[in-house]
Design a protein around this ligand. Structure first.
Ligand SMILES: [Fe+2]
Length: 307
């Protein structure tokens, strides 16, 4: 049993106008058709949408939608998740049509993070043209990018993602202090059956109200990433981490805050793995250089003031 790729994400927001501005003017993606009242969609490639943004009371990631190979695999995955004691909600035909898939079901991981699984993905012949001049996003077999979730019950969640078909790519414990007694924070970066280093990752921490730590999109070039960083500054979008390069997936990029509170990572030039022949790693630090987080800057300023 394997998962093919991250296909789409669904977001609930009380700030639909802010999302529209963020997506089109800052990230630089294209509006898609509206499948229902109160829903806006955004496309980054030949899929009718990758972002489903629905108006609501809360600001949160509702679900990350992952593709499996066919209807039989979807049924087997559904049965496996139900056997694990997770609630499974079957999608109806109208829901599947709106998502551009043949069939789907919804569930959650052991920390309540929203997931959907589907088969029968659709493409159309609408050409992706960025309203902000992005040359393009890297998707194809590698899917739309990755999603990172928080989980206080780390071991249980890690086991869950393994059982449902993701594979370990990098299983580090990151220490964010100089304290040798610091046990660090568990992370699991896990791949689907494609070359993207991770299509899902989990971090050992309480689940935030936004239901997500970050989503990642891959742009075609470093200039695309740099220009997106310029748009972030121009439109006064809060930067969450400065430009840097990760050790594990080697991605060059930065993080900024979405209107719903979680981050989006914009990157390029990642390591592409062979998922069938990969020995899991356990890196000691997340970044080769850069990626100065907002909380690190605040801490440094505080220490500077008290020195
Ligand atoms: Fe990431």
């Amino acid at each position: 049993m394997s998962i093919k790729a991250l296909g789409y994400v669904r977001i609930e927001t009380a700030k639909a106008e802010a999302w529209d501005h963020f997506m089109t003017q800052v990230v630089g993606v294209m509006r898609g058709d509206a499948p229902a009242a109160g829903v806006a969609t955004y496309r980054i490639d030949g899929r009718p949408f990758r972002f489903w943004v629905e108006r609501g009371q809360a600001d949160r990631l509702v679900a990350a939608g992952y593709e499996v190979g066919n209807a039989d695999e979807l049924a087997a995955l559904r049965a496996r998740i139900a056997r694990l004691g997770r609630e499974v909600v079957d999608g109806d035909a109208a829901g599947a049509k709106a998502r551009g898939v043949d069939a789907f079901f919804a569930t959650t991981d052991p920390s309540g993070n929203g997931l959907e699984f589907f088969c029968g993905d659709k493409r159309d012949d609408v050409e992706f043209v960025s309203p902000a001049g992005v040359s393009g996003f890297v998707t194809g077999d590698m899917g739309m990018g990755h999603a990172v979730f928080a989980t206080p019950n780390f071991e249980e969640s890690h086991a869950f993602y393994k059982v449902i078909g993701f594979g370990d790519t990098d299983i580090p414990r990151f220490r964010f202090s100089d304290d040798p007694q610091d046990a660090g924070m568990g992370f699991a970066f896990m791949h689907a059956a494609n070359g993207r280093h991770h299509s899902v990752a989990i971090a050992e921490m309480p689940v935030p109200p936004s239901g997500c730590i970050h989503l990642m999109l891959e742009m075609k070039t470093q200039s695309d990433v740099g220009k997106c960083h310029d748009r972030m500054r121009l439109h006064k979008v809060p930067e969450s981490a400065t430009i840097g390069r990760h050790v594990n997936d080697q991605t060059f990029g930065f993080y900024m805050q979405t209107p719903s509170g979680f981050d989006i990572e914009i990157g390029s030039d990642p390591l592409v793995i062979d998922p069938a022949n990969w020995t899991p790693t356990a890196h000691l630090v997340p970044s080769e250089w850069g990626h100065v987080w907002t909380w690190q800057k605040a801490l440094e300023e505080q220490q500077g003031e008290s020195a």
